[in-house]
Design a protein around this ligand. Structure first.
Ligand code: HEM
Length: 431
C-alpha cells in the first residue's frame, strides 16, 4: 500500500511540474551540455528513479545501467536518481578511476534521503579515517530479546526507505523510514545514557563494544562524540554490517540449494575441518584459511547477487572522463552491474561457478562487492569470517530445499526474497 501511495504522489508531482519540466528541459539543452555524457535526466524531480526502483523490485536491477550502456555509451552515461543529476562510470576502468580518485576528483557522498536516516554518522561525511577501525568492533551488548526484536522491526522499516525518493509525507516509505530511524535513535540514546552512568572513566570501560568504543572516540575537532552522534554511527553500522551479511547468507542458501554439486563440495571441505576439532572446540584463523572452496562459493554469490549495488561519490572539481565533462557537484555513481554480469570480465557470467576465482585471472576492479580504494568496506574481513562460520555450522548440520524454487528475488535495496526464502531443513548425522 505504501508503494501505491508513493507512486500516486509521484504522479501528482509529475503533473504539477509539467510546466517546470519544459523550462528545465530547455535549460538543460541550452547550458552547453554538448560535452556532458549522453543519457537522459528523465522526468522532472523524479528523474529516472521510478524506473530504477521498478527494475529492482522485479529482480532486474542489473538492467538499469546495462540498458543505458548499450543505448548511450559503454563507458559513461548521465541519469537523474534520488533527486540528483548523476553520472555513472562503467566497467573496471570506471571503477578504478572512482576508487583511486577519492579526494582528488571525487568525495564519498550519500543522497540526502540517506542523510536523513543516518544523521550525523562519520560515514556520511566526506572523510574520517580513524573511525573506520570501529567498524569491525562489536555492537553494544543488547541482551534483551524483546528490545532486540523491537529494534530489528524498526530497522527493517528503515531499510525499506534507504533508496527511496525523499518524499516526507505520511504513508511513504521515506516517511516511515525517517520515523523508524527516530525510534531507533531514541532507544540507542537511552542505552548510551545508561552506559555512561556505568562507566567509571573513559579508560576503564565496563565492557568493550561498539558503543563503548564510540564513547571514547573524538571527532575532527578533538571533541568526544555526542550521544546523538554515537547513535547515528550505530544506526549506520547496523545497516552496513547486518543486512549486507544477512542478504549474502540468504542468497548463499538459495544458490547452494540450487547447486547440489557445490553443496557437496562445501560439505566435504567443512566436514574435514570439523573432523579435526575436538567436541566444543571453536574454529580458529587456521581453519578459516582452509575454507578455500567455500570462500569461492561466497565470492560467487557476491558476484551474482551483491548486497550493495553500488555507491555514490560527488565530483569535487570539474573534470573530464572518456572525453566528457563531469561538472563539480554532480553525483557520480559506480555499480557492480557494469562488471559482475559482463561477459568481458566473467565468461559465462550467468553461470554459478565458484571455481572461477581459483581458476581465472580476475581483472582488477571488476569484482567489487566491497567497493574499492580508501572507502572500501572496512567490514569485509569481518563479513568473510562471519559468513564462513555460518556456512560451516549450517552445512555440517543441515541439508535444505527451497519451498518456493521460483521465488522472485527483488533488489529492494538488497537482494530480498518476496516470500522470505522458506526452506525445508533436513538434519544429517555427520557429526
Ligand atoms: C557481505 C557483506 C558486506 C558487503 C558486501 C559490504 C559492502 C560494502 C560496500 C560496497 C561499501 C561501499 C564502499 C565504497 O563506496 O567504495 C561498504 C562500506 C562500508 N561498510 Fe560494508 N559490506 C559488508 C559488510 C560490512 C560489515 C560486516 C561492516 C561492519 C561491521 C561493514 C561496514 C561498512 C562501513 C562502515 C562502510 C562505510 C565505509 C566508508 O565510507 O569509509 N560492512 N560496504
Amino acid at each position: 500500500m505504501d508503494v501505491h501511495l508513493n507512486i500516486n504522489l509521484l504522479y501528482i508531482l509529475l503533473g504539477l511540474s509539467a510546466v517546470a519540466y519544459l523550462v528545465i528541459h530547455k535549460f538543460s539543452n541550452s547550458s552547453g551540455n554538448t560535452r556532458l555524457p549522453p543519457g537522459s535526466l528523465g522526468w522532472p524531480i523524479v528523474g529516472e528513479t521510478l524506473e530504477f526502483q521498478r527494475l529492482g523490485q522485479c529482480g532486474k536491477s542489473d538492467e538499469f545501467p546495462v540498458q543505458r550502456m548499450n543505448k548511450y555509451n559503454r563507458e559513461i552515461f548521465k541519469t537523474h536518481l534520488f533527486g540528483e543529476k548523476t553520472i555513472t562510470l562503467c566497467g573496471a576502468t570506471g571503477n578504478k578511476f572512482l576508487f583511486t580518485g577519492e579526494k582528488t576528483y571525487v568525495l564519498t557522498w550519500w543522497p540526502n534521503s540517506l542523510k536523513k536516516l543516518f544523521g550525523d554518522s562519520f560515514f556520511t561525511t566526506p572523510y574520517e579515517e580513524a573511525v573506520r577501525t570501529v567498524a569491525c568492533d562489536m555492537f553494544a551488548s543488547m541482551d534483551d530479546p524483546n528490545w532486540q526484536k523491537m529494534i530489528l522491526d524498526e530497522f527493517n522499516i528503515l531499510l525499506k526507505g534507504v533508496f527511496q525518493f525523499p518524499i516526507y509525507f505520511p504513508g511513504t516509505r521515506h516517511y516511515k523510514a525517517v520515523k523508524a530511524a527516530a525510534v531507533i535513535r531514541r532507544e540507542l540514546m537511552k542505552l548510551i545514557q545508561s552506559r555512561r552512568g556505568l562507566m567509571v572513566d573513559l579508560d576503564r570501560r565496563v565492557e568493550r563494544n561498539l558503543i563503548s568504543h564510540l564513547m571514547g572516540t573524538k571527532n575532527e575537532d578533538g571533541e568526544l562524540l555526542s550521544d546523538k552522534e554515537i547513535a547515528d554511527n550505530v544506526i549506520l553500522l547496523m545497516n552496513a554490517g547486518h543486512d549486507t551479511s544477512s542478504s549474502t547468507m540468504m542468497m548463499l542458501m538459495k544458490y547452494l540449494a540450487e547447486s547440489p554439486d557445490c553443496y557437496n563440495r562445501v560439505l566435504k571441505e567443512q566436514r574435514e575441518i570439523a573432523s579435526r576439532k575436538s567436541p566444543g572446540e571453536l574454529l580458529n584463523k587456521d581453519d578459516i584459511s582452509k575454507m578455500k572452496y567455500s570462500w569461492g562459493v561466497i565470492q560467487e554469490v557476491l558476484r551474482m547477487s551483491p548486497p550493495v549495488q553500488g555507491t555514490f561519490r560527488k565530483a569535487k572539481v570539474d573534470f573530464t572522463y572518456s572525453g566528457f565533462s563531469i561538472p563539480k557537484g554532480w553525483a557520480v555513481w559506480w555499480t557492480t552491474s557494469t562488471t559482475h554480469k559482463s561477459e568481458e570480465y566473467f565468461p559465462n557470467a550467468e553461470t554459478f561457478d565458484p571455481l572461477r576465482f581459483a581458476r581465472d585471472n580476475i581483472t582488477p576492479y571488476s569484482f567489487v562487492p566491497f567497493g574499492g580504494g580508501p572507502r572500501m568496506c572496512p567490514g569485509r574481513e569481518f563479513a568473510k569470517v562471519e559468513i564462513l562460520v555460518f556456512l560451516h555450522n549450517l552445512v555440517n548440520m543441515f541439508k535444505w530445499e527451497l519451498v518456493f524454487p521460483d521465488d522472485v528475488i527483488s533488489v529492494d535495496p538488497m537482494p530480498t526474497s518476496s516470500k522470505g526464502l522458506p526452506v525445508y531443513l533436513y538434519s544429517h548425522p555427520y557429526l
